[in-house]
Design a protein around this ligand. Sequence first.
Ligand code: ZN
Ligand code: ZN
Length: 298
Amino acid sequence: MTILGSSAAMPTKRRGLPAVAVEREGELLLFDCGEGTQRQMMNSRLGRMQPSKIFVSHAHGDHVLGLFGLLMTLGMSDRKAPVKVFGPAEVGDMVEDVLGGAGLPFELLFERVTGGRVVKEKGYIVRAQRSDHHGESYAYRLDEAKRPGRFNPDRAKELGVPEGPLWHRLQEGKAVRFHGREVRPGSVVGPWRMGRSFGYSGDTRPSGRLQRFFRGVDLLVFESTYTSEYQDEAEEYGHSTAAEAGRLAARAGVGRLVLTHFSPRVPDAGLAVKEASRYHADVSAGNDFESFDLPLHD
Ligand SMILES: [Zn+2]
Ligand SMILES: [Zn+2]
């Protein structure tokens, strides 16, 4: 996961507008696409990698204006593979208005998000949940499929299973038959291993609904527009303070919390981390270009 922009509302010298990239098995997924995202990508470890799916939280300019430039550049680089954009209906209208007549050389598909499952691929699913902000807005959660357990080759040899296709079948969790005997995967393969999970809040007040939605995620990127000093502003404008982000992450049993979407009025992300750390043990500031690895579960 790479933070491409960590500022709220307007960019600063050191922070671009909101965008978070998730790379998994060669595929690039973007969560929000603030103005300047394509250039931030070039300056990050992603280089010229191209996103296949873009999940937009809501139609506020700071989260969506980068989409059009990025997609036009993909068009000029002669992309052929389709790109899917997910978001509330309003984002679909913007995409149609700006790019409807652009003659992009690839298929641009917009899928309206209303909550629930939005993507189901072989290796992962993505779900959306209404968040609590001004206008229709969504948080997203990605869950990888569980992986088969660890294969024990010594045990397979002891049981006399010949190496080759039968081993593969066992690794996939299927029983095998040979010489009239049956060997079940449970005797040579360890328990299933959990897939990794990732959450992205977009702009929101903390809520019980989001706390449940993010239950147990390994890595959560949560907005932290303000520090506690600006609690009133957070409530008025539909945002969270760092302390609120930390409290929600702790209650949801999140593994690791990364704060982002810092108001230009709160330039010291260190203070935000300190506030959230009162509630959660693993908090980082998601500064531009910073990457966070999610190790596979054993
Ligand atoms: Zn915002
Ligand atoms: Zn907003």
